[in-house]
Design a protein around this ligand. Sequence first.
Ligand SMILES: O=C(O)CCC(=O)C(=O)O
Ligand SMILES: [Fe+2]
Length: 385
Amino acid sequence: MDRAAFACSTAFFHDYSIASHGAVCLPQGHVDYIEKVESFSYSDFFRDYLIPNHPCVFSAKFTEGWGSRRNWVTRDGKPNFDYLLQHFGKAVVPVANCDVKEYNSNPKEQIPLKEYISYWKEYIKKNYHSPRGCLYLKDWHLCRTPFHADVFRSYSWSANICGKKKWLLYPPRQEEYLRDRHGNLPFDVTAPGLQDSSIYPRYAQSCPPVEIIQEAGEIVFIPSGWHHQVYNLEDTISINHNWVNGCNVAIMWSFLQDELAAVQREISEWRDTMEDWHLQCQVIMKSCTGINYKEFYNFLKVIAENRISVLNHVLDEEASAKNTHRAATSALGMLHAVFDLKRTVQVLTSLNANEDFKKLNPKSLSPPPEALLHHLKAAIDTALL
Ligand SMILES: O=C(O)CCC(=O)C(=O)O
Ligand SMILES: [Fe+2]
């Protein structure tokens, strides 16, 4: 991160309410396309997309050098089944059946990739039909994913190794218009049933989604909390990655508070009669969301310790001044580490003041939140000296 990006991000995050809900954003259907690798830096990405929480698409030039784009794909741009079989055939992979709906998801089974590839070849041969239905390999997505926002409201990028996808994206809070009268989100945002106002009372007020057609080699950036639905328009292999940093950690914290509130509403009738009601809410939250408040505290602690070690490394390098070039390179990383630490302090302060967190005996945590906060603030002060 360069100094200009650091300065503008610090100014942006001055207002905690923006940071915890994501910027209000109505891109009116437009998604930026980043063509050239040489003229686009991480600082540009940080300033123009991570902070404002806007989607964008990177051209195939960004993935030109990737081994997967050479090896997993045949000359005519199709999945290279022979290569995949030879290298990964024995791997056991999670496969979902897209034709069967189980709650708001698809049922999954574990099968060897070898078996999945025979299925896929047969599916193509039979003109995209199979008595087994449309099977979807979880990490090398096939077919369509139900409507969702990503785990913990993280950012994600998705690179098409081969094939073509259609994305439908809704900015944060647009999903509220898509809920049915019981508050549930639809499985498929394109289903004709959404037009029925007795079931989806607010659908008519929703804006149309931002639509992206992603070609082979291109990378789509999905910002925090943007709900989306994805279709494979061809045989497609993609690599996806999710992440959280200082820009969206407050959005994650706000999401976790909403999740806990939903659990508390569900079991509110036992609040006065169940002695460990607050603990039970944490157990249910963990099973629904994948994380509870104490684990979130540990998550923040691990990230903060990592950033402090980046700072210490940079300071050591500067002190010994052995290699000015290397010190200058890590100094770009240093601003990011300071930025992430500052955001972590903000979120930790809010967590520490949270009434539900206070009921979990936070003083027994190691280190206790007050001590961790003190340590982080001291590390930021030293770095900024
Ligand atoms: O490619 C897909 O099928 C889903 C990808 C996705 O949802 C994501 O990257 O966030
Ligand atoms: Fe996703």
